[in-house]
Design a binder for this molecule. Sequence first.
Ligand code: NDP
Length: 245
Amino acid sequence: MIDLTGKVALVTGGTGGIGSAICKRLAEAGARIVTTYRNRDKAVAWAAEQEFEPLLIACDVGSYEDCVRMREELEAKGLPVDIVVNNAGITRDATFKKITPEHWRQVISSDLDSVFNVSHQFVTQMTERGWGRVINIASVNGQKGCFGQTNYCAAKAGMHGFTMALALEVARKGVTVNTVSPGYIATDMVMAVREEVREQIIAQIPVGRLGRPDEIAGLVTFLSSDDAGFITGANLAANGGQHMH
Ligand code: NDP
């Protein structure tokens, strides 16, 4: 039984498909949940459906200034962050010929700059307290590449470079830093794909099905626990066997 009672967990993009499941699992383990939002109405409606009481903070994680404000708001509330889950992310798919600088910047901002912007607010305090967890949600496509996703694959591969370097810097201070690389997960985004395309995707997954958000959440919760204290700088694949290395 994982016990995170007394810990504060910040899950970026907690209102999304995978983020929701992560918030729920961490809350079940006893953590106090904080999540970011950009769309207030969506976030308030989401919070009302949860069985725990998340603290919602307006923050574009691609903006360093927003992340500073978020830290100040949490400090003012006396909530030190023990667990950061960098989960917020977007896609703007286009082949390299058609990709625009805007598509590139949007994805790098939300998916990679965000990891620095958010982690930079909280990691030093974690090292001073002698305990912390940073968990970066990347993607199988950051490990193997994907047609039409130069921006997304660059950002997701970059996340793991960040993971390894930061893991080295904080390893002796009780803070672990890991990447989780999900394969195709049955979120609204993937379920919105045409059924025949989805069937083609599933045919490439040895386990024979899409992953469940809860399966990513279970892994994140384990990485947040004391039992995972010897795991750091790792890139944990949860992709049904679609990509092995
Ligand atoms: P969703 O689209 O359901 O959720 C994404 C969340 O991120 C939303 O809450 C969104 O908020 C938030 N977000 C995006 N950009 C920003 C930003 N700049 N600032 C603040 N919040 C932001 O996605 P998923 O749950 O499917 O994916 C979650 C993570 O998992 C992503 O990083 C994704 O790349 C990764 N992943 C997903 C896979 C899948 O199959 N679904 C596979 C592999 C990886 P808002 O609605 O306000 O924009």
